[in-house]
Design a protein around this ligand. Structure first.
Ligand code: GLU
Length: 604
């Protein structure tokens, strides 16, 4: 099946293929040889997928588009303050090649005009035997994800005719914006402008900026994340020559164009766009490139200031610990206690990226619920990333909850373990699964409960076991007599999945886990049973095989009845059998009710 997105990009290409406006740049003689009919469009997504139409693999010189990237390298080499002291960030309102510098200081207005770009080039350091240009070429190549080389003919042509840029270089030297004579810097500048790229390269370089500096195809860090917004900032205000204001108004994307006919545009966080078509308009921007970007922005609603792109709340679901309980099955008394007081546990399921505007509603919800809570669980299962601002807010929330005596637990959060620890969440409060976190909350609630505090959970007489507690002393005696006693060591198997289901167990001491094997050594936990609970009896009703493993997690004791004995009750003690079946159906209906509640909570 053909992608409708690819079809859209191709239709855009077809729409403007016949446009016959604009003129190929000729002030650098070699550029005038460009084919005016060449035309390519490429959109690169933040995860590295390319949509291409037309001449996307044809090489051309990057020209001014290089300026944005060299600016990033200069910031990395010298730091923001130093670079800002030499080169401003104000749109100049003058032509790209104007010999105009700020009055008094001689500072170029911004790094996107030639004066600023040459000064920027002078800020790049020579390092470890690599020349300025080597470092620039390497930096741009990392952004493109492949080694870019010079178009020698264009370079020689520009160097031979670049008198105006040389004049600018000497002016910068005069004002000590350049610390050394400009000859070598100018050559590096001419060379950087003569690097050959394709339309696809431009889109990938754009996607690298969109992806916080990591090339989405190679996965390599190409631009230090702290300078990505600086680069995009100057592109947004100064990237499109003397049409920058109109551009940001109409298209609304940080962009840079070059006289080679390329335009690179970026939707931060989302995608990069590369367009190539040599004929230029009066401002020096590719005529077709502008038309394509205007249509892309309008039809795909890419304008940066378009409110349809506003992120939604990170709060996916909010419920209490009695609406959703852990898989741990507990004796009836504990279960009823947890049904009653489980609302003191608040679970917040989060989703998407955590940034200020998505996390703020989560904080608001927490502030509202805190007075009624004893513990809060944050579930990170559907969180894709957490930015430093929301981590800071989380640290604040944690310390405020703590000073109000409220525990904060996190689950499905191993991916964020390091920042969570840094935010003050103790290692013991970070759980692999929501089930484990809920179980911990339940155990915590029970430990504080006066009703259950005195009772030893270790050994429960049959008369207190859930299914048997309403039997008469005579009936209990019959049960006692028929039961076999079995002891299990920790990690010993009690039941194996797939086996015949011909026994019914009541756990009178210890704990067993019901689970299924997963990949590797991991097991998926389905249930945890504590003393007083029964298991294995369901198969007596539907005759199925064992569907899971049951393993003791501590020294445990079970009382066991055989199916043959259970069947024989029809003849020997029918009243006892009816009683047992009645208890069984009561228990099943209670579990079904809880399951229904959990399903409706998850669906809400
Ligand atoms: N190398 C060109 C120059 O300095 C770049 C111009 C541009 O693309 O704006 O004239």
């Amino acid at each position: 099946m053909k992608s409708p997105i690819l079809e859209f990009i191709q239709s855009l290409h077809a729409r403007y293929l016949a446009v016959d406006e604009g003129r190929v740049a000729d002030y650098i003689p070699e550029l005038s040889k460009a084919n005016p009919k060449a035309f390519g469009i490429c959109v690169a997504t933040r995860d590295g997928h390319l949509y291409e139409a037309g001449d996307t693999r044809q090489g051309f010189t990057i020209q001014s588009i290089s300026k944005a990237f060299t600016y990033g390298l200069a910031l990395e080499d010298r730091g923001e303050d130093h670079v800002l002291s030499r080169i401003g960030v104000e749109p100049s309102g003058e032509a790209f090649n104007a010999i105009s510098l700020q009055e008094g200081s001689g500072k170029p207005f911004n790094p996107m005009i030639n004066a600023g770009a040459i000064a920027t080039c002078g800020q790049v350091l020579r390092k470890d035997g690599a020349s300025r240009f080597d470092r620039i070429a390497e930096y741009l190549s990392r952004c493109a994800g492949q080694s870019l080389s010079i178009d020698e003919a264009v370079y020689r042509s520009e160097s031979a005719t670049g008198h105006r840029n040389r004049a600018i270089g000497w002016m910068l030297r005069n004002f000590n914006i350049l610390d050394e004579d400009p000859d070598e810097i100018l050559e590096a500048y001419f060379q950087q402008c003569s690097l050959r790229v394709t339309c696809t390269d431009l889109a990938v370089m754009g996607a690298t900026l969109a992806n916080q500096g990591i090339n989405p195809i190679s996965g390599e860090r190409a631009i230090a994340p702290e300078f990505v917004d600086n680069v995009l900032g100057v592109m947004a205000t100064c990237g499109m020559y003397d049409w920058s204001g109109e551009w940001i108004y109409r298209v609304g994307l940080p962009a840079k164009s070059g006289v080679g006919g390329g335009i690179l545009a970026v939707l931060p966080g989302q995608l990069g766009i590369g367009v190539f078509s040599p004929p230029l308009d009066g401002q020096g921007n590719s005529v077709r490139g502008i038309k394509v970007c205007m249509d892309l922005a309008r039809d795909l609603s890419l304008h940066l200031f378009n409110p349809s792109a506003v992120p939604q709340t990170a709060l996916r679901l909010s419920y209490t610990g009695n609406q959703m309980m852990s898989r741990r099955r507990r004796p009836a008394m504990d279960f009823h206690y947890l049904k009653r007081f489980g609302e003191r546990t608040r679970v917040l399921e989060l989703q998407g990226p955590l940034i200020f505007s998505t996390f703020e509603p989560v904080v608001r919800t927490l502030v509202r619920h805190a007075p009624y809570c004893q513990q809060v669980v944050m579930n990170f299962r559907h969180v894709v990333n957490v930015d430093p601002v929301s981590m800071r807010l989380l640290a604040e929330v944690r310390s405020r909850l703590e000073s109000n005596g409220i525990r904060l637990l996190c689950c499905h959060a191993q991916r964020f373990r390091r920042p969570l620890l840094a935010a003050g969440i103790p290692a013991g409060a970070i759980f692999d699964t929501d089930d484990e976190a809920l179980e911990d909350c339940e155990t915590f609630l029970l430990a504080g409960a006066a009703e259950v505090a005195g009772r030893s959970p270790d050994a429960v007489p049959l008369s207190e076991c859930d299914l048997l507690s309403s039997l008469s002393p005579d009936e209990l005696a019959i049960m006692e007599a028929a039961a076999e006693t079995r002891a299990f060591a920790p990690r010993q198997s009690v039941i194996e999945s797939g086996g015949d289901a011909d026994e019914w167990f009541v756990l009178t001491a210890g704990t067993v886990e019901v689970s299924l094997p997963e990949t590797g050594n991991r097991r998926r936990r389905l249930d945890v049973l504590s003393a007083g609970m029964s298991f294995g009896e369901m198969a007596f009703i539907d005759g199925s095989k064992r569907s899971a493993d049951v393993i003791a997690t501590e020294p445990s004791t079970c009382r066991v009845w055989s199916r043959a004995w259970f069947d024989s009750l029809d003849q020997s003690h029918p009243a006892l059998k009816i009683h047992l079946l009645h208890q069984l159906s009561r228990q099943l209906s209670a579990r079904l009710r809880q399951a229904n509640l959990e399903i409706s909570t998850l669906k809400s």
